[in-house]
Design a protein around this ligand. Structure first.
Ligand code: SAM
Length: 291
C-alpha cells in the first residue's frame, strides 16, 4: 500500500513580540511599564497599548530627526504625562544615546510623578525629569528651560491641551504634537448663549440639541486650536491617530513652526468667535504672545 502520510514539518517559530517591538527596545522598560508581564509576555490589552504608543512614536520620529538634523541635542516636554509611557518609550528608542537631550514630563498627580522618577532612576534614564505642576504653571517653572524643541500632549484633560499650546508658544517650540481630550469649555459657552444664537444665525441649528452642543463644541475647539496655531506661524497636519480604536478621541494635530502665519487665520478665528457668540473665549484663543 502507498504511504499517503505527509511528513510532519514543524511550523516556523514566530516571535509573538516581533510585530510590536522595535529593534533595541528595552524589555526591562516594557516590564516596568507593565506592558510586558514579568516573564516577558504580552496580553491583549498591553499589546494594543504598545502598538498605540509605537504608532504615535512613528509620527514623532521624523520630528525628532528634523530637530537633530539641525542641532546635536533636543528637549521635549510631555504634558499631562500620566504614567509617562510616551516619554519613556521615546527616550528608550531615540534619546538614550543622545547625550544632552532631555525629556520633561509634566503631571499633577503626585504618585505618578514619584513613580516615574523612581523608574527613570532605576533604568538609568538620567535625562528625564518629572515635574509636579499644572501645564499652565509649567510655563513659569524654573525646572524647565526657556525654550523647548518639541511639545506633546496626549489626552491631556479638558483645557490642559490649550495650556500646552500656550506653553509651546511661550517656549517657541519647533514641533507640537496634540491628541486632544474632550474639552468642555467651548460647549459650555455655546450652551450659555444658545438663545441669543437662535436669533442671530441659522448656524445655531448645528448645536441646538444637547448631544450636538457637546460634539460640535468639541470639534470646534480643535478648529479654533488649529487656527490659533496657524496664526502663530505653524503649519499643520490634522489627521486620525489610526490604531487608537479604543478611544473616542483620536484626532492628531501635528504643528511645525515655519514662522509664516497663515494669512487670514487670526481674522477667521475672530470671525468665528463673533459669529457663534463665543467672544468671551478670545483670551483663550486670540491672546497675543507675551514677549
Ligand atoms: C488621560 S491621562 C493621559 C496620560 C498620558 N498622556 C497617556 O496618554 O497615557 C491625563 C493625565 O493628565 C493629567 N492632567 C490633567 N490635567 C492636568 C493639568 N492641568 N496639568 C498637568 N497634568 C494634568 C492627569 O492627572 C492625567 O494623568
Amino acid at each position: 500500500m502507498k504511504n499517503t502520510r505527509q511528513p510532519i514539518t514543524k511550523p516556523a517559530f514566530v516571535d509573538p513580540l516581533a510585530d510590536v517591538l522595535r529593534p533595541g527596545q528595552s524589555i526591562e522598560l516594557l516590564k516596568e511599564l507593565h506592558i510586558l508581564t514579568r516573564d516577558g509576555k504580552l496580553n491583549q490589552d498591553s499589546r494594543r497599548k504598545l502598538k498605540q504608543v509605537t504608532h504615535l512614536c512613528n509620527f514623532i520620529e521624523p520630528l525628532l530627526n528634523e530637530v537633530l538634523s539641525r542641532q546635536d541635542t533636543l528637549t521635549l516636554a510631555d504634558h499631562g504625562a500620566g504614567k509617562s509611557y510616551l516619554g519613556f518609550i521615546l527616550y528608550d528608542l531615540y534619546l538614550k544615546e543622545r547625550p544632552g537631550s532631555h525629556i520633561y514630563g509634566i503631571e499633577t498627580r503626585d504618585e505618578l510623578v514619584e513613580k516615574s522618577r523612581t523608574l527613570a532612576a532605576k533604568l538609568g534614564f538620567s535625562r528625564m525629569s518629572f515635574i509636579n505642576t499644572t501645564v499652565a504653571e509649567s510655563t513659569q517653572s524654573a525646572q524647565l528651560p526657556a525654550t523647548i524643541d518639541i511639545v506633546t500632549a496626549l489626552h491631556a484633560c479638558n483645557t490642559a491641551t490649550d495650556d500646552a499650546i500656550q506653553f509651546a508658544l511661550a517656549k517657541r517650540a519647533r514641533h507640537i504634537v496634540l491628541v486632544p481630550c474632550c474639552q468642555a469649555e467651548v460647549a459650555s459657552v455655546l450652551r450659555k448663549h444658545k438663545n441669543d444664537s437662535f436669533g442671530k444665525t441659522p448656524l445655531s441649528e448645528i448645536w441646538r440639541h444637547p448631544i450636538h452642543t457637546r460634539e460640535f463644541g468639541s470639534q470646534l475647539t480643535n478648529v479654533l486650536r488649529c487656527l490659533q496655531l496657524e496664526s502663530h506661524g505653524y503649519q499643520l497636519t490634522v489627521t486620525e491617530l489610526v490604531g487608537w480604536e479604543h478611544s473616542m478621541k483620536n484626532e492628531l494635530i501635528i504643528a511645525t513652526h515655519t514662522g509664516a502665519p497663515r494669512g487670514n487665520a487670526r481674522e477667521r478665528l475672530q470671525q468665528i468667535l463673533q459669529e457663534l457668540n463665543l467672544q468671551e473665549l478670545e483670551a483663550r484663543f486670540l491672546a497675543p504672545l507675551e514677549s
